[in-house]
Ligand binder design. Structure first.
Ligand SMILES: Cc1ncc(COP(=O)(O)O)c(C=O)c1O
Length: 397
Protein backbone atom coordinates (compact mmCIF):
# COMPACT_ATOMS: atom_id res chain seq x y z
CA UNK A 1 0.00 0.00 0.00
CA UNK A 2 1.19 3.46 -0.77
CA UNK A 3 -0.26 6.71 0.49
CA UNK A 4 -1.38 7.68 -2.98
CA UNK A 5 -3.71 5.15 -4.57
CA UNK A 6 -3.39 5.43 -8.37
CA UNK A 7 -6.67 6.20 -10.08
CA UNK A 8 -7.87 3.12 -11.99
CA UNK A 9 -7.87 3.99 -15.72
CA UNK A 10 -11.33 2.40 -16.30
CA UNK A 11 -13.02 3.88 -13.19
CA UNK A 12 -15.54 6.65 -13.96
CA UNK A 13 -14.53 10.11 -12.85
CA UNK A 14 -16.43 11.31 -9.75
CA UNK A 15 -18.56 14.33 -10.56
CA UNK A 16 -16.77 17.25 -9.00
CA UNK A 17 -18.45 19.76 -6.76
CA UNK A 18 -21.91 18.17 -6.44
CA UNK A 19 -23.15 19.45 -3.06
CA UNK A 20 -24.14 16.82 -0.51
CA UNK A 21 -26.70 18.38 1.80
CA UNK A 22 -25.83 18.42 5.49
CA UNK A 23 -28.57 18.18 8.15
CA UNK A 24 -30.95 21.14 8.07
CA UNK A 25 -29.55 22.52 11.33
CA UNK A 26 -26.37 23.52 9.52
CA UNK A 27 -28.26 26.24 7.67
CA UNK A 28 -28.19 28.75 10.52
CA UNK A 29 -24.93 27.78 12.20
CA UNK A 30 -22.08 30.24 12.60
CA UNK A 31 -18.59 28.89 11.90
CA UNK A 32 -16.11 28.79 14.76
CA UNK A 33 -13.43 31.33 13.93
CA UNK A 34 -10.28 30.39 15.81
CA UNK A 35 -7.93 33.18 16.92
CA UNK A 36 -5.80 34.40 14.02
CA UNK A 37 -2.01 34.16 14.16
CA UNK A 38 -0.24 37.53 14.19
CA UNK A 39 1.01 39.12 10.96
CA UNK A 40 4.73 39.21 10.21
CA UNK A 41 5.91 42.83 10.50
CA UNK A 42 9.55 43.61 9.94
CA UNK A 43 11.35 44.73 13.06
CA UNK A 44 8.56 43.72 15.42
CA UNK A 45 8.23 40.51 17.43
CA UNK A 46 4.84 38.93 16.77
CA UNK A 47 2.38 38.08 19.53
CA UNK A 48 -0.88 36.14 19.42
CA UNK A 49 -3.37 37.64 21.83
CA UNK A 50 -6.42 36.15 20.15
CA UNK A 51 -6.98 32.77 21.84
CA UNK A 52 -6.57 33.34 25.59
CA UNK A 53 -3.62 31.01 25.67
CA UNK A 54 -1.16 30.89 28.55
CA UNK A 55 1.89 32.84 27.31
CA UNK A 56 4.22 31.14 29.79
CA UNK A 57 3.91 27.60 28.47
CA UNK A 58 3.84 24.42 30.51
CA UNK A 59 4.97 24.51 34.16
CA UNK A 60 8.16 22.57 35.08
CA UNK A 61 6.28 19.45 36.30
CA UNK A 62 4.35 19.26 33.04
CA UNK A 63 7.58 19.68 31.06
CA UNK A 64 9.04 16.78 33.03
CA UNK A 65 5.96 14.65 32.36
CA UNK A 66 6.33 15.41 28.64
CA UNK A 67 9.99 14.40 28.65
CA UNK A 68 9.42 11.21 30.62
CA UNK A 69 6.28 10.09 28.78
CA UNK A 70 6.49 6.45 27.86
CA UNK A 71 5.23 6.64 24.31
CA UNK A 72 3.00 3.58 24.13
CA UNK A 73 1.24 5.01 21.09
CA UNK A 74 0.05 1.59 19.89
CA UNK A 75 -2.29 1.34 22.92
CA UNK A 76 -5.61 3.11 23.40
CA UNK A 77 -5.75 5.48 26.36
CA UNK A 78 -7.85 4.67 29.43
CA UNK A 79 -11.37 5.56 28.21
CA UNK A 80 -12.33 6.71 31.70
CA UNK A 81 -9.16 8.76 32.36
CA UNK A 82 -9.09 7.06 35.77
CA UNK A 83 -5.74 8.45 36.96
CA UNK A 84 -6.76 11.98 36.15
CA UNK A 85 -10.20 11.66 37.73
CA UNK A 86 -8.65 10.14 40.86
CA UNK A 87 -6.10 12.97 41.12
CA UNK A 88 -8.84 15.56 40.63
CA UNK A 89 -11.12 13.85 43.14
CA UNK A 90 -8.36 14.09 45.74
CA UNK A 91 -7.60 17.74 45.05
CA UNK A 92 -11.23 18.90 44.78
CA UNK A 93 -12.75 16.69 47.47
CA UNK A 94 -15.38 15.18 45.17
CA UNK A 95 -16.06 11.53 44.22
CA UNK A 96 -14.13 10.45 41.11
CA UNK A 97 -17.43 9.08 39.65
CA UNK A 98 -18.74 12.65 39.55
CA UNK A 99 -16.04 13.68 37.08
CA UNK A 100 -16.31 13.08 33.33
CA UNK A 101 -13.29 13.98 31.20
CA UNK A 102 -13.37 15.18 27.61
CA UNK A 103 -11.24 16.60 24.81
CA UNK A 104 -11.00 20.04 26.35
CA UNK A 105 -13.99 21.62 28.05
CA UNK A 106 -15.31 21.98 24.49
CA UNK A 107 -15.54 18.19 24.38
CA UNK A 108 -17.05 18.03 27.86
CA UNK A 109 -19.66 20.66 26.94
CA UNK A 110 -20.55 18.81 23.77
CA UNK A 111 -21.33 15.74 25.90
CA UNK A 112 -23.64 17.83 28.10
CA UNK A 113 -25.54 19.51 25.27
CA UNK A 114 -25.92 16.34 23.23
CA UNK A 115 -27.23 14.59 26.35
CA UNK A 116 -29.80 17.16 27.40
CA UNK A 117 -30.75 19.44 24.51
CA UNK A 118 -31.72 18.64 20.95
CA UNK A 119 -35.15 18.10 19.53
CA UNK A 120 -38.15 16.85 21.49
CA UNK A 121 -40.05 13.79 20.21
CA UNK A 122 -42.49 16.22 18.57
CA UNK A 123 -39.59 17.60 16.51
CA UNK A 124 -39.74 20.93 18.35
CA UNK A 125 -36.30 22.26 19.28
CA UNK A 126 -35.32 22.30 22.94
CA UNK A 127 -34.03 25.63 24.22
CA UNK A 128 -30.65 26.50 25.68
CA UNK A 129 -30.40 29.88 27.42
CA UNK A 130 -27.12 31.76 27.73
CA UNK A 131 -25.77 35.29 27.95
CA UNK A 132 -24.61 37.00 24.78
CA UNK A 133 -21.96 37.77 24.00
CA UNK A 134 -20.28 34.78 25.50
CA UNK A 135 -18.07 31.92 24.29
CA UNK A 136 -18.57 31.81 20.53
CA UNK A 137 -18.74 28.01 20.45
CA UNK A 138 -22.02 27.97 22.41
CA UNK A 139 -24.31 28.67 19.42
CA UNK A 140 -22.49 26.03 17.37
CA UNK A 141 -22.62 23.26 19.96
CA UNK A 142 -26.27 24.04 20.73
CA UNK A 143 -27.33 24.31 17.10
CA UNK A 144 -25.56 21.15 15.93
CA UNK A 145 -27.81 18.99 18.08
CA UNK A 146 -30.91 20.73 16.75
CA UNK A 147 -31.62 22.79 19.87
CA UNK A 148 -32.44 26.51 19.77
CA UNK A 149 -30.20 29.17 21.30
CA UNK A 150 -31.91 31.77 23.49
CA UNK A 151 -29.36 34.55 23.82
CA UNK A 152 -29.85 37.10 26.59
CA UNK A 153 -27.86 40.33 26.10
CA UNK A 154 -25.33 41.10 28.83
CA UNK A 155 -25.62 44.24 30.95
CA UNK A 156 -23.71 47.45 30.06
CA UNK A 157 -21.04 46.24 32.52
CA UNK A 158 -20.48 43.11 30.42
CA UNK A 159 -22.14 40.92 33.07
CA UNK A 160 -24.79 38.22 32.80
CA UNK A 161 -28.28 39.67 33.26
CA UNK A 162 -29.44 36.87 35.55
CA UNK A 163 -32.93 38.34 36.03
CA UNK A 164 -33.49 38.42 32.28
CA UNK A 165 -32.01 34.94 31.94
CA UNK A 166 -34.36 33.54 34.62
CA UNK A 167 -37.26 35.25 32.84
CA UNK A 168 -36.20 33.64 29.53
CA UNK A 169 -36.71 30.11 30.90
CA UNK A 170 -39.74 28.38 29.38
CA UNK A 171 -41.10 24.84 29.48
CA UNK A 172 -38.86 24.13 26.46
CA UNK A 173 -35.65 25.14 28.31
CA UNK A 174 -33.41 22.16 28.95
CA UNK A 175 -30.04 23.76 29.66
CA UNK A 176 -28.72 27.14 30.86
CA UNK A 177 -25.07 28.08 30.31
CA UNK A 178 -23.40 30.45 32.76
CA UNK A 179 -19.90 31.55 31.83
CA UNK A 180 -17.89 32.83 34.78
CA UNK A 181 -15.68 34.71 34.14
CA UNK A 182 -17.47 35.53 30.92
CA UNK A 183 -15.53 35.16 27.69
CA UNK A 184 -15.08 37.72 26.08
CA UNK A 185 -16.12 40.47 28.54
CA UNK A 186 -14.36 39.33 31.74
CA UNK A 187 -16.63 39.75 34.79
CA UNK A 188 -17.30 36.76 37.05
CA UNK A 189 -20.58 35.90 38.73
CA UNK A 190 -20.89 36.29 42.49
CA UNK A 191 -21.90 33.47 44.84
CA UNK A 192 -25.07 35.14 46.14
CA UNK A 193 -26.31 36.01 42.65
CA UNK A 194 -25.87 32.48 41.32
CA UNK A 195 -27.51 31.04 44.44
CA UNK A 196 -30.51 33.35 43.98
CA UNK A 197 -30.63 32.42 40.28
CA UNK A 198 -30.58 28.69 41.04
CA UNK A 199 -33.62 29.12 43.29
CA UNK A 200 -35.54 30.48 40.27
CA UNK A 201 -34.56 27.65 37.88
CA UNK A 202 -36.69 24.48 37.71
CA UNK A 203 -34.72 21.55 39.09
CA UNK A 204 -35.07 19.53 35.87
CA UNK A 205 -33.19 22.19 33.90
CA UNK A 206 -29.44 21.58 33.75
CA UNK A 207 -27.33 24.62 34.65
CA UNK A 208 -23.75 24.52 33.38
CA UNK A 209 -21.24 26.79 35.10
CA UNK A 210 -18.39 27.18 32.63
CA UNK A 211 -15.31 27.95 34.71
CA UNK A 212 -12.68 27.82 31.98
CA UNK A 213 -10.93 30.82 33.58
CA UNK A 214 -11.61 30.02 37.25
CA UNK A 215 -7.98 29.97 38.37
CA UNK A 216 -7.53 33.61 37.38
CA UNK A 217 -10.40 34.53 39.75
CA UNK A 218 -8.72 32.83 42.64
CA UNK A 219 -5.70 35.10 42.28
CA UNK A 220 -7.81 38.28 41.91
CA UNK A 221 -8.45 40.91 44.53
CA UNK A 222 -12.21 41.29 44.86
CA UNK A 223 -14.17 44.51 44.56
CA UNK A 224 -16.34 45.68 47.44
CA UNK A 225 -19.46 44.58 45.59
CA UNK A 226 -18.08 41.14 44.86
CA UNK A 227 -17.21 40.74 48.55
CA UNK A 228 -20.65 41.97 49.63
CA UNK A 229 -22.27 39.38 47.37
CA UNK A 230 -20.54 36.43 49.02
CA UNK A 231 -17.39 36.48 46.87
CA UNK A 232 -17.15 34.92 43.43
CA UNK A 233 -19.30 31.91 42.58
CA UNK A 234 -17.45 28.66 43.01
CA UNK A 235 -18.64 25.73 40.96
CA UNK A 236 -17.73 22.89 43.31
CA UNK A 237 -19.61 24.50 46.22
CA UNK A 238 -22.66 25.02 43.98
CA UNK A 239 -22.58 21.46 42.63
CA UNK A 240 -22.61 20.14 46.20
CA UNK A 241 -25.90 21.95 46.85
CA UNK A 242 -27.57 21.60 43.44
CA UNK A 243 -28.08 18.21 41.73
CA UNK A 244 -28.90 20.00 38.45
CA UNK A 245 -25.64 21.97 38.30
CA UNK A 246 -22.69 20.89 36.16
CA UNK A 247 -19.28 22.48 36.61
CA UNK A 248 -17.15 22.76 33.47
CA UNK A 249 -13.37 23.10 33.72
CA UNK A 250 -10.33 22.95 31.51
CA UNK A 251 -6.58 22.49 31.56
CA UNK A 252 -6.25 24.75 28.50
CA UNK A 253 -5.95 28.12 30.18
CA UNK A 254 -4.22 28.39 33.59
CA UNK A 255 -2.51 25.00 33.24
CA UNK A 256 -1.26 25.82 29.73
CA UNK A 257 -2.35 22.56 28.08
CA UNK A 258 -4.52 23.98 25.28
CA UNK A 259 -2.61 21.93 22.71
CA UNK A 260 -3.28 18.64 24.47
CA UNK A 261 -7.08 18.96 24.69
CA UNK A 262 -8.20 17.97 28.15
CA UNK A 263 -11.08 19.24 30.26
CA UNK A 264 -13.80 17.80 32.46
CA UNK A 265 -17.17 18.29 34.08
CA UNK A 266 -18.29 17.66 37.66
CA UNK A 267 -21.90 16.71 38.45
CA UNK A 268 -24.01 14.20 40.32
CA UNK A 269 -24.42 10.56 39.21
CA UNK A 270 -27.91 11.21 37.79
CA UNK A 271 -26.14 13.38 35.21
CA UNK A 272 -22.74 11.67 34.84
CA UNK A 273 -24.42 8.34 34.03
CA UNK A 274 -25.79 9.76 30.80
CA UNK A 275 -22.81 11.99 30.06
CA UNK A 276 -20.59 8.93 29.91
CA UNK A 277 -22.84 7.47 27.21
CA UNK A 278 -22.50 10.67 25.16
CA UNK A 279 -18.72 10.91 25.64
CA UNK A 280 -16.54 10.14 22.63
CA UNK A 281 -14.51 7.09 23.69
CA UNK A 282 -10.76 7.63 24.20
CA UNK A 283 -11.04 11.39 23.69
CA UNK A 284 -8.38 12.17 26.31
CA UNK A 285 -5.02 10.86 25.07
CA UNK A 286 -2.57 9.17 27.45
CA UNK A 287 -0.16 12.09 27.04
CA UNK A 288 -2.86 14.64 27.84
CA UNK A 289 -3.88 12.63 30.90
CA UNK A 290 -0.29 12.33 32.12
CA UNK A 291 0.34 16.07 31.80
CA UNK A 292 -2.98 16.98 33.40
CA UNK A 293 -2.16 14.73 36.38
CA UNK A 294 1.21 16.50 36.72
CA UNK A 295 -0.61 19.86 36.72
CA UNK A 296 -3.11 18.70 39.38
CA UNK A 297 -0.30 17.39 41.55
CA UNK A 298 1.67 20.65 41.38
CA UNK A 299 -0.87 23.40 42.05
CA UNK A 300 1.82 25.73 43.41
CA UNK A 301 3.52 25.89 40.01
CA UNK A 302 0.26 26.75 38.28
CA UNK A 303 -0.57 29.36 40.94
CA UNK A 304 2.79 31.03 40.40
CA UNK A 305 2.14 31.44 36.67
CA UNK A 306 -1.43 32.56 37.26
CA UNK A 307 -0.26 35.23 39.73
CA UNK A 308 2.12 36.60 37.12
CA UNK A 309 -0.63 36.71 34.48
CA UNK A 310 -3.07 38.36 36.89
CA UNK A 311 -0.47 40.99 37.83
CA UNK A 312 0.06 41.73 34.12
CA UNK A 313 -3.71 41.87 33.60
CA UNK A 314 -4.02 44.45 36.37
CA UNK A 315 -1.18 46.47 34.80
CA UNK A 316 -3.02 46.45 31.46
CA UNK A 317 -6.37 47.39 33.02
CA UNK A 318 -4.76 50.22 35.02
CA UNK A 319 -2.96 51.44 31.88
CA UNK A 320 -6.20 51.48 29.90
CA UNK A 321 -8.06 53.34 32.62
CA UNK A 322 -5.22 55.83 32.85
CA UNK A 323 -5.81 56.82 29.22
CA UNK A 324 -9.52 57.08 29.92
CA UNK A 325 -10.70 53.78 28.44
CA UNK A 326 -13.59 52.17 30.25
CA UNK A 327 -13.02 48.45 30.65
CA UNK A 328 -15.17 46.03 32.60
CA UNK A 329 -13.76 44.33 35.68
CA UNK A 330 -11.98 41.26 34.32
CA UNK A 331 -11.40 38.12 36.32
CA UNK A 332 -9.87 36.16 33.44
CA UNK A 333 -6.68 36.30 31.33
CA UNK A 334 -8.03 38.87 28.86
CA UNK A 335 -9.44 42.37 28.65
CA UNK A 336 -12.51 43.57 26.77
CA UNK A 337 -12.42 46.74 24.72
CA UNK A 338 -15.98 47.72 23.87
CA UNK A 339 -15.01 49.54 20.69
CA UNK A 340 -18.35 49.08 18.95
CA UNK A 341 -18.22 50.21 15.31
CA UNK A 342 -14.44 50.76 15.56
CA UNK A 343 -13.80 47.11 16.42
CA UNK A 344 -12.51 46.08 12.99
CA UNK A 345 -10.41 49.25 12.69
CA UNK A 346 -8.66 48.55 16.00
CA UNK A 347 -8.07 44.89 15.14
CA UNK A 348 -6.50 45.92 11.82
CA UNK A 349 -4.32 48.51 13.60
CA UNK A 350 -3.13 45.83 16.05
CA UNK A 351 -2.45 43.47 13.15
CA UNK A 352 -0.31 46.11 11.39
CA UNK A 353 1.70 46.16 14.60
CA UNK A 354 2.19 42.39 14.78
CA UNK A 355 -0.42 41.76 17.48
CA UNK A 356 -3.40 39.54 16.75
CA UNK A 357 -6.45 40.24 18.89
CA UNK A 358 -9.96 38.87 18.65
CA UNK A 359 -12.50 41.14 16.98
CA UNK A 360 -16.20 40.59 17.66
CA UNK A 361 -17.75 43.05 15.29
CA UNK A 362 -19.70 45.26 16.13
CA UNK A 363 -19.29 44.78 19.88
CA UNK A 364 -15.63 44.95 20.70
CA UNK A 365 -12.18 43.45 20.85
CA UNK A 366 -10.87 40.87 23.26
CA UNK A 367 -7.14 40.93 23.92
CA UNK A 368 -5.51 38.11 25.85
CA UNK A 369 -2.84 38.83 28.42
CA UNK A 370 0.43 37.76 26.87
CA UNK A 371 4.11 38.23 27.51
CA UNK A 372 5.20 41.53 29.08
CA UNK A 373 6.37 42.99 25.76
CA UNK A 374 3.04 42.12 24.13
CA UNK A 375 1.02 43.72 26.91
CA UNK A 376 3.13 46.86 26.80
CA UNK A 377 2.68 47.08 23.03
CA UNK A 378 -1.08 46.63 23.43
CA UNK A 379 -1.17 49.58 25.83
CA UNK A 380 0.90 51.73 23.48
CA UNK A 381 -1.39 50.87 20.57
CA UNK A 382 -4.49 51.74 22.57
CA UNK A 383 -3.00 55.11 23.38
CA UNK A 384 -2.06 55.79 19.75
CA UNK A 385 -5.48 54.61 18.59
CA UNK A 386 -7.19 56.90 21.09
CA UNK A 387 -5.22 59.95 19.97
CA UNK A 388 -6.06 59.10 16.35
CA UNK A 389 -9.74 59.14 17.33
CA UNK A 390 -9.58 62.48 19.12
CA UNK A 391 -9.03 60.86 22.51
CA UNK A 392 -11.94 58.47 22.23
CA UNK A 393 -11.73 54.93 23.52
CA UNK A 394 -14.44 52.36 24.27
CA UNK A 395 -17.66 54.36 24.57
CA UNK A 396 -19.36 52.43 27.30
CA UNK A 397 -18.36 49.49 29.36
C1 LIG B 1 -15.54 30.07 28.26
C2 LIG B 1 -14.85 28.96 27.55
N1 LIG B 1 -15.30 27.72 27.70
C3 LIG B 1 -14.71 26.69 27.09
C4 LIG B 1 -13.63 26.87 26.27
C5 LIG B 1 -13.05 25.68 25.57
O1 LIG B 1 -11.75 25.49 25.91
P1 LIG B 1 -11.05 24.07 25.81
O2 LIG B 1 -11.88 23.20 24.92
O3 LIG B 1 -9.70 24.33 25.29
O4 LIG B 1 -11.05 23.52 27.21
C6 LIG B 1 -13.12 28.14 26.06
C7 LIG B 1 -11.99 28.38 25.15
O5 LIG B 1 -11.61 29.44 24.82
C8 LIG B 1 -13.76 29.22 26.72
O6 LIG B 1 -13.34 30.47 26.55
Amino acid sequence: MTDQQPHHPDAPEAEPGRPIPARHVFGGLPTYAAGKPPRVVEGLRQFKLSSNENPLGPVPSVRRALEEFDAATHLYPDPLATRLRTALAGSLGVPAEDIVAGAGSYGALTQIISTFAGQAESGEPDEVVYAWRSFEAYPIIVGLGGARSVQVPFTPEGEHDLDAMAAAVTERTRVILLCSPNNPTGPALTADRVEAFMSRVPDDVVVVLDEAYLEFCEASELTERERAEGGLAEGVALYRRHPNLVVLRTFSKAAGLAGLRVGYSISHPAITRTLRVAATPFSVSSLAEECAVAAVEHPGEIREQVSWIVAERERVVAGLRRIGWEVPVTRANFVWLALGERTAEFAAFAEENALSVRAFHPDGVRASIGEEEANTRLLELCERFASRAGGQGPAGR
